[in-house]
Ligand binder design. Sequence first.
Ligand SMILES: Cc1ncc(COP(=O)(O)O)c(C=O)c1O
Length: 444
Amino acid sequence: MDLTVLQSRFERRHPRSKSFYEKALLSTPGGVHGNLRHYPPFPLTFEKAQGAYLTDADGHVYVDYFLSYGALILGHGDPAVRMAVQEVWEQQGTSSFGAPHPLELEMVDTLKSLLPSLESVRFTNSGLEATLLSVRLALAYTGRTHLAKFEGHYHGSHDHVLISIHPAEAPHEARRPAPKAASFGLPDYFTDHTIVLPYHDWDACEDILNQHKTEIGAVIMEPMMAGFVPADPGMVKRLREWTSQHGVLLIFDEVKTGFRVSLGGAQEYYGVKPDLTTLGKVVGGGFPIGVVGGRRDILDLCSPLRSGQPLFHSGTFNGNPVSLAAGLATLRQLRQPGFFDNMVKSAMKLRDAIESLSQAYNAGWSTLGVGTIFNLVDTATDPQGTAKTARRLALDYLLMEQGVFSKPLNRFSMASVHGPQEIDQTISAFERAFAELTGRHLRS
Ligand SMILES: Cc1ncc(COP(=O)(O)O)c(C=O)c1O
């Protein structure tokens, strides 16, 4: 299907979004407040949302699978989250103390019960800040200079991890990936002090790690690349063994997978205990947050009670009561019996339907993921579903026309508000999109 045709249809359907974009371009680089927010020909402007639905500036309504990068696991405007936020105002009278308050203890206890590897916890304001603190802690704790990370894994937009964030196009050929700066302006220090590991090849990883074992302080990984490409469980276990054996810390960046792959995150799914864990997105219930948790002896480095100089960590809004109240209201619901499992069932129902339709239309798509996150996979050319192809973009334009939004080229995140009606609506949207893409019409 010709992309230019679909893009001009998109432009015609979205004159107000286009006009907002053109105005934004005059005073904001690329018209967006984050590079990942751009997609061609311009990103949609949204004006409203409710439950599972988003409404754009031109009045089109979408079932939302983007959910603010997966953060809104209960959908938009969940009543319990709204009430919790309201209570913060009514009972505390402020949105921020910048000082200790009781919700901090409640959230720490909740996190410790869901993720037992979290002996000690610090709050930050974003996933970026969480991974930054985790790397600083790990390098300080080990006294080593290098960070190992996996090719294709994203850990937020700070210098030490903005390296080799794009997956290898031919994973089997990338046995020794060279560190590639993913940003203009990154000091050479960071590429010089980063070891890049191939995600799908443990033997190659082990060779590389062995070569650098005295320099590497930590291995950081997304336990599922891009949130939906699982690692080989055997590889994760061997990585845990290797890191323990060589005094290297293992950091699980669970900003995407936390509370989504399973309630206890990917560490519960694999049965592996990392030294440090970073969280974000879901844990803030739709408000900004990040969390670093893990071994007490490592976290204690940033205690102001430490004798000698502590490792520095601070932030005006760390532990913000609004984020913690919203996050606690979210986690309380996720923990209700059957609640999480129902979301996983809905995800499976949707994935099965997409795969059956794709087979019926010979459209060439399958799905990949665990729990409440999945992505579409181009069966013939891209078995790990990370390639940004014109074929996928075409499907995304058609899905948007049919009222389904995941953000072009992005994964699908489920929310509890995706009920039978929303799932059926999405399945029909896929059917119409596959029919148009393949030129086959199986239903009259
Ligand atoms: C695995 C992972 N780590 C870190 C981050 C950065 O989080 P934030 O966007 O909150 O800074 C993200 C964001 O998508 C992420 O997916």
